[in-house]
Design a protein around this ligand. Structure first.
Ligand SMILES: [Zn+2]
Length: 433
């Protein structure tokens, strides 16, 4: 690395460029928090890493890091999403702003350890035990203290079910009140957000937790701001059954009929979405965020990835409940659950018939697009966010550059990180570490 003036030049042994192309003999010039230029190397490589754009985690609930190891005993023989949710509500009732900050900071630090440089924090736990909205500022402060880039997906949440039942128990900590209250809370979050790494996007939790008329209006608020719009969708069968009982249709179809879906919309999970709905969702421009570790942990089911891929839906990844923070593990499990389910290999392949570039885009460029962040690619003008993988690490010994992307995704994880850089600043390792 050299440092002429205010620019920095990185000369990694390998760099992954757009389209999953693994290049040697390139150098990357950084200026400020952006990539200024990617060009043929003018000097030999001086860092034996594979430089990747930082991973983008499009869906996290950082406070749920506090559940790690919990909810894994089954005194009644078996559990479900709903028995897990009771453990989550118990955690919620124990959190004050200090404890929330500490747990969220732990999650964000662990994300940086794993090469995640941007997180979409899907934030619905707003209230402390005796202070309304106190946890919004706690989450923003935790991310700022860790140094990760964050889009606060500030989530609306007003009811306990499609039948309009009121919020009860721990759910009351999520209550966003009137639309005026919620919009005011979003404006306060914008004021609390610390630039240039933090931004705020108003969203809704789900079709269960927010009535469809209000979802439509919040969608308009987000459109007027030009921000990303996310919501949980069709993670469990009961959600679809309850929606049919009230509206006579599926949650996804309800959103499509009301014009909520466009190319800034990301639906999280879609585990039980029908092929017909997915095709129309694709035509409307929607994206899907899969959370394989969480969907596995909770026993949600296996999504219809074949239809999503055939319809051209861009897929992103999220760590959701943060039981495990390893983007490569999430990427390999997107592919592996399909292999197990369909008794075939190669569920997610790129134009070259390989898994590396296709899965890699899911972990980087697609997540950035989902959140509306100018990262996820090593290209001029994008943010200087990187994850550097140590090519001397034992897990990559004997791997040729031709298959390094596949080896990183299938064979290694946070243990091989040699550096994590956010906005041109190395928060872990780095070329001179
Ligand atoms: Zn979630």
């Amino acid at each position: 690395m050299s440092d002429p003036g205010d620019s920095t030049i990185l000369r990694p042994a390998l760099a992954v460029l757009p389209g999953g192309r693994v290049a040697s003999n390139v150098e990357i010039e950084l200026r400020g928090d952006r990539i200024a230029e990617v060009r043929d190397a003018t000097a030999p490589a001086d860092w034996n890493v594979c430089l990747l754009p930082g991973f983008v985690n499009a869906h996290s609930h950082a406070f749920q890091r506090g559940l790690r190891g919990l909810g894994e005993s089954f005194p009644d023989g078996t559990g479900s999403f709903f028995t897990w949710r009771e453990s989550m509500y118990a955690l919620v009732e124990s959190l004050d702003p200090d404890l929330c900050h500490a747990i969220c900071r732990l999650a964000f630090e662990e994300m940086l350890d794993a090469g995640i440089t941007t997180v979409g924090e899907f934030h619905y736990l707003h209230h402390g035990p005796d202070a309304d909205w106190a946890l919004d500022a706690a989450v923003l402060a935790a991310a700022s203290d860790a140094g990760i880039r964050l889009v606060l997906l500030q989530s609306d949440y007003v009811r306990g079910g499609f039948d309009d039942r009121p919020l009860a128990g721990g759910q009351r900590r999520f209550d966003t009140g009137s639309e005026t209250d919620f919009v005011a809370a979003c404006e306060r979050a914008v004021a609390h957000a610390r630039g240039p790494l933090q931004s705020v996007a108003p969203i809704v939790h789900s079709t269960r937790a927010v009535p469809i008329d209000r979802i439509e209006r919040m969608r308009q608020v987000a459109r007027s701001l030009g921000t990303a719009f996310h919501l949980h969708l069709e993670e469990v069968v009961a959600e679809i059954d309850d929606c049919r009982a009230t509206h006579g249709t599926t949650p996804m179809r309800l959103l499509l009929d009301r014009g909520v879906v466009d190319d800034r919309t990301t639906a999280v999970h879609c585990t039980h979405s029908s092929p017909e709905d997915l095709r129309d969702f694709a035509a409307a421009g929607g994206m899907v965020c899969l959370c394989p570790n969480t969907e596995g942990n909770l026993g949600d089911g296996i999504p219809d990835l074949a239809t999503m891929r055939a319809a051209g839906i861009p897929i992103a990844i999220g760590t959701d409940l943060n039981s495990r923070l390893s983007p490569t593990e999430d990427l390999r499990w997107i592919e592996y659950v399909q292999r197990i389910h369909r008794q075939m290999r190669g569920a997610v392949i790129d134009a070259n018939a390989r898994i590396g570039g296709a899965l890699f885009d899911i972990g980087t460029a697609h997540g950035a697009r989902s959140l509306g962040v100018e990262s996820g690619e090593i290209a001029p003008g994008t943010l200087a966010d990187f994850a550097a993988i140590d090519l001397d690490h034992r897990t990559l010994a004997g791997v040729s550059p031709a298959v390094v992307l596949e080896a990183i995704i299938t064979g290694t994880g946070p243990e091989a990180m040699a550096g994590t850089c956010v906005g041109g600043r190395w928060l872990r390792g780095g070329p001179s570490a």
